[in-house]
Every structure is written in structure tokens, then in C-alpha cells.
Design a protein around this ligand. Structure first.
Ligand SMILES: [Zn+2]
Length: 245
């Protein structure tokens, strides 16, 4: 495994501001998976937007037992969290939470969404199944990753894929880089320690999922201290695929 740690400096081939599209399954995934990196990017002047494939209605709890009501709560929480990180557009596709499918229709839809937005960089999550010895990756996270990979390559940039979209005025788009968060096979590790606190502030907006924000902050700060011991640094890990220089 080759891992390269980069401090929050310019990426060598990112001379101008990038249009970065985050495609993930649920509200709160962007902040949990890569909130530090998103905050770093917007501070560097890159334009970040979110496309979330569900509204997270199965994140129900005693306090939020109704999935339909929860959808709206989570939309607002996600918008608030995105504002903390400096993110622009936040959109939702409203696929059923927990039952997201990697099928042709969903791929077609995602290709259209990508062609509409013409991003330079697309970022999702690695469709792997297991982490270490104690964690199964949620099926929606896996499916969002798979759908995104298949939409980016070879479909979004190729006129032969979904030509009806081209006839309707959408343009093919050549993605420069595809990034996968939540990976156990990273080739890039970013030191985003400076963005730990702003990520926490964004996560604290997801009250329906985390409960009491102050307790959450306490717990996460304690966990960070225990996990890092001496250096107290906070890293986010990615598989970065450079498709076009
Ligand atoms: Zn999730």
C-alpha cells in the first residue's frame, strides 16, 4: 500500500479553482466521511456541491419516529452542515433509504446529473464491504460508490452512453479525478487537523442522528485523543484516481 501524506497545500495540478461534486448516499455522509477535506477545499477557493442519493428516512429514532417527517428534518440539517463547511448547492434524489440499487436506470440518472453539473472532480465512497474486523459498510454506501464509479467511467464522457441526454442538450463531461472516501485501500492521506473543529461543528448540525451535540463533541474529542495519543493529528484517507491531467 502506497500512502502519501499531504499537508493542506495546493495539489500540484489544481492550479485553478475546481468544481468538486460530492456524491454520497445519505445526509451526514459528507461530514462523517470527509468533512475536514471539504472544509479545506472551500477555504482554498474550490467550489464544492453535494448530490445525495437518498434523504435518509430510515435514520429514525425515538425522537424522530416518522420517516417522512425525518426526510425534511434531515434536508435542513444537511443544508446547515453544508453551510458550516462553505458548500454551495446541496441536492437530493430521494431514492429509498436502505434500498438504493445499482441498476441501469439509476446509472442513467446519475450520468445526467453529472453532465448537468460538469464537475472537474467527483468524490464518493469506496464500495468495499468490510472494514477491519468489526464493521460492515452500509449497502447504500457501497451502492452509491459503485453507481458513481460506473457513471464517471466510461459513461459521463462518452457520447455513446445515453445519447438521448446529448440530444436533449446535455454535454459529455470528462472528469479529471475520481476520489473515494471511506476506503481501507488509500493512496492519499490528507492531514486535515486544522479542520477538525469545523468538521465537528458541521456534524453537530445532524441532531436527528447524533443526539445531544455537546455530548457528541465531548465523545469525539475524547475518542480522537485516545486514538492519536502523541501527535493528536487528524487524517482523512482517500483512493484518488487521476483520469485526466
Ligand atoms: Zn450513510
Amino acid at each position: 500500500m502506497t500512502t502519501k501524506t499531504i499537508n493542506p497545500v495546493k495539489f500540484s495540478n489544481w492550479e485553478e479553482a475546481m468544481n468538486i461534486l460530492v456524491i454520497l448516499a445519505h445526509p451526514d455522509d459528507p461530514e462523517f466521511f470527509m468533512g475536514g477535506t471539504i472544509a479545506m477545499w472551500t477555504k482554498m477557493g474550490h467550489k464544492v456541491s453535494y448530490l445525495l442519493l437518498t434523504k435518509g428516512e430510515r435514520g429514525v429514532s425515538e425522537q424522530f419516529p416518522d420517516g417522512e417527517i425525518l426526510k425534511n428534518v434531515r434536508k435542513i440539517e444537511q443544508r446547515d452542515a453544508a453551510d458550516v463547511l462553505g458548500v454551495g448547492e446541496v441536492s437530493f434524489l430521494d431514492h429509498p433509504d436502505g434500498f438504493l440499487e445499482s441498476n441501469l436506470e439509476n446509472r442513467r440518472q446519475l450520468v445526467a446529473e453529472i453532465r448537468k453539473r460538469q464537475p472537474d472532480i467527483v468524490i464518493s465512497s469506496d464500495p468495499q464491504t468490510f472494514f477491519h474486523t468489526h464493521y460492515i459498510n452500509h449497502p447504500d454506501h457501497r451502492t452509491a460508490g459503485l453507481l458513481t464509479i460506473d457513471a464517471v467511467f466510461p459513461a459521463a464522457g462518452n457520447l455513446g452512453f445515453f445519447p438521448e441526454q446529448i440530444e436533449q442538450g446535455l454535454k459529455p463531461t470528462q472528469i479529471r479525478e475520481l476520489w473515494m472516501s471511506l476506503t481501507v485501500d488509500p493512496n492519499l492521506t490528507l492531514d486535515v487537523s486544522d479542520y477538525w473543529q469545523i468538521r465537528l461543528e458541521a456534524l453537530k448540525k445532524h441532531v436527528s442522528q447524533i443526539g445531544d451535540p455537546d455530548l457528541f463533541e465531548q465523545k469525539w474529542n475524547q475518542h480522537r485523543q485516545e486514538a492519536t495519543e502523541s501527535d493528536n493529528l487528524y487524517y482523512e484517507h482517500f483512493r484518488r484516481v487521476i483520469l485526466r491531467v
